[in-house]
Design a protein around this ligand. Sequence first.
Ligand code: PEP
Ligand code: MN
Length: 351
Amino acid sequence: MQPISVDRIMEKTIIAGPCSVESREQLREVTAALSRMPQVTMIRAGVWKPRTRPGAFEGLGEPALRWIQELAKEFGVRYCCEVARPEHVALCQHYGIDTVWLGARTTGNPFMVEELCQALRGSKMAVLAKNPTSPDVRLWLGAIERLRAAGIDDITAVHRGFAMYHNQGYRNAPLWEVALELRREMPEIPILCDPSHIGGRAELVAPLAQAAMQLDYDGLMVEVHPHPEAALTDTKQQIDPAALAALLSVIRDSATSQPAGSDQHLAPLREEIDTVDHEMLTLLARRMELSRQIAAVKHEQGMAVYQSKRWEAVMNDRLRLAHEMGLDENFTKELLEKIHAESVRVQLETH
Ligand code: PEP
Ligand code: MN
């Protein structure tokens, strides 16, 4: 794996900037630093902040938009802002902002998305749609479909993770598979990763950004504050401009680069993977056939299909084995649960 070159990063969309605009000085300082980084495509700047609980800093509103307009001219940079209400869209247009994003709490609410779409209709604005807080790809797809129906054609998705009861150590569990499903459904929509809101901690930003590059994301949206420790919102997850520069210089992009001869090296391994998959499916089919035979015996003996003690013993035995084999416990458990559910379904169908 080669570190990604500056040229390759330039093909990616890198949006960076503070969670919230806090003062003219703060915005000027971070803009000055980011404007010196050629990889940065656009500066994010939250002006209205959707706080989960009331009483915290909720953004400066219109005065912040005035500074944005002024600094955009001074530094020759572009800014984007979060919009959550139709009047936010009008104000952004008034202050010359041509790119806005829908936050996670907005994308999850079709009423709000629809209202925003009416406000955006007929404009030439570019829109970024963050994923909804719940891992429901249909809400995300739905927001994009509504934007399209309103005539917006520059649409980008932003993966910022999902609020789960167990967040796997992240602020918002990444659940990469949900974003990959969005990509399968709408391959033409670019997807950026927001490692700041996924990780929730500054030290997780770089590894998550790197993971996103490995998954061939089209770019990043990163929270960058000139003095993260003094930030009024999302203090723990913001990084300073120097940390962003370091991140951009080390993120690797092996997924899109295809060094000459790579297919040749991969071919024998891929053949082996094909064989293993065929064997796995043959074994699964055999396992389901055994389930059918078991169903017949249980029926004859008047036994219930689901035997909790037996299932518990099977699970414990397989988990112990999986552990010895170096397989991930959660993965093994989920896989076995799926197989068992199918086995129960097959047995119920048999009788
Ligand atoms: C943000 O970008 O600062 C923000 C509030 O994000 P999200 O909508 O992803 O929570
Ligand atoms: Mn934030």
